[in-house]
Ligand binder design. Structure first.
Ligand code: NAD
Ligand code: MG
Length: 372
């Protein structure tokens, strides 16, 4: 078991990574509940797999708890479901000293965290993150919120949890595509840090037939958690360093939009987006082109794990343009001087972006064909 601490101006908390974490969880409850009530919100799939076991533990420790099961899926990060959470909490007469627990992936932790941030103007909460993407990204940093018909994550609040538990055993039941989506964010961290040890760890991990090899996954999760924690500490409210987390994401968001949501998972689109960002980085920094060779090869190996959909470069480019009517201006990009040295690039030539994107999409098609 390892513990990574987040220290911020107004609070600090720990992220615990390991296997079979029931015991540390129960001692966290002892500390944070102090005899008050616990409201547990489960993702439905997670409840079916692990809910009864957790409830048994709570009963044996005489914790006064009530559970609520949230249907799975991004569509539940909505106002409609949020109101159901408020109704449940207020019907049970939640008081300011009670505690909320979110148990699930990023959808659950974003939604439940936002309910915790807003009900009675803020209730303490904790997280059991059950997806790889949740562990290395969504559960850390206190960004909570819901979607709106105008776009994703448009309503929300910063509300830090009191702890985050990442029990690797939960990953064993994760669908493989979800696991790969989480690996996409780890791949992003490897590019942003340029850490050789992590790079070799990821390469080694990919060589094994079994992507659910927990001992091999553990150091990658720890590295991912530690990196996200570092960024959050440096920049709680998302200005400069936290913007680097968007590496690969400008392309990824436009790819998701182009295909329509529900085709590629976000983390899968991030893997494609990272390749496009690497190619664009290499073009803007031709002198250090050779420094990208190893990382680019790794990104392409990941791409072999992503399901293939034909994607039109022109449409992706259109979807990347903000303020289309006035200037057709393209957003800023997070690029790399070389792996380990991110920078923000603005005012890049459209032709350069298009060229990088086209090269990326050709590689994606070829890699998919070679796996078929
Ligand atoms: P998710 O929560 O929808 O989980 C993915 C799927 O896995 C779901 O179907 C879920 O039921 C299932 N599942 C969860 N745990 C499981 C387990 N242990 N075994 C089997 N199945 C399991 O998706 P996600 O990828 O975890 O999170 C995506 C969400 O996170 C998005 O809404 C995104 O906006 C958000 N996000 C937030 C932040 C942030 O900083 N707050 C950062 C990144 C992403
Ligand atoms: Mg992301």
């Amino acid at each position: 078991m390892s513990q990574i601490n987040i220290r911020l101006k107004h609070c600090s908390y720990s992220i615990i990574v390991g296997s079979n974490l029931n015991r540390p969880l129960m001692s966290l409850f002892k500390k944070h509940l102090a005899g008050n009530r616990l409201f547990v919100f489960f993702d439905a799939t997670v409840y079916a797999l692990y809910g009864k076991n957790l409830e048994k533990q709570l009963i044996s420790k005489k914790v006064n708890y009530s559970s609520f099961v949230i249907p799975s899926g991004e569509t539940n990060k909505s106002q409609t479901t949020l109101v159901k959470l408020y109704d449940f909490l207020l019907d049970h007469k939640i008081s300011r000293t009670d505690f909320i627990l979110a148990c699930g992936g990023g959808v659950t932790t974003d939604l439940v965290g936002y309910a915790a941030a807003t009900v009675l103007r803020g209730i303490k909460w904790g997280v059991i993150s059950t997806t790889l993407l949740g562990m290395v990204d969504a559960a850390i940093g206190g960004k909570t919120g819901i979607n709106h018909k105008s776009g994703k994550n448009l309503i929300g609040a910063f509300w830090q949890p009191s702890f985050v538990i990442c029990d690797l055993n939960h990953l064993q039941t994760l669908p493989q595509r979800e696991l790969i989506a989480g690996l996409g964010e780890i791949l992003k961290y490897v590019g942003l840090t340029g850490n050789k040890k992590d790079y070799h760890r990821v390469c080694d991990y990919l060589k094994s037939e079994n992507l659910f090899d927990l001992p091999k996954l553990k150091p990658l999760v720890e590295a991912g958690v530690a990196y996200k924690a570092r960024i959050v500490m440096a920049d709680e409210r998302e200005s400069h360093p936290r913007l680097f987390l968007n590496f690969g994401h400008t392309f990824a968001h436009a790819i998701e939009k182009t295909l329509g949501y529900g085709k590629l998972l976000h983390g899968e689109a991030v893997i494609i987006g990272i390749l496009a960002a690497v190619i664009l980085s290499r073009k803007t920094r031709p002198a250090s082109a050779s420094k990208f060779t190893e990382y680019e090869k790794l990104v392409k190996t990941f791409l072999g794990l992503v399901r293939y959909y034909p994607i039109s470069a022109d449409m992706v480019l259109e979807n990347m343009k903000i303020d289309k009517k006035r200037s057709g201006h393209i957003q800023k990009f997070v690029l790399l001087e070389r792996p380990g040295k991110p920078f923000i690039a603005a005012d890049l030539k459209e032709s350069m972006i298009k060229d990088a994107l086209k090269k990326c999409l050709v590689a994606y098609r070829k890699i998919a064909a070679s796996h078929a």
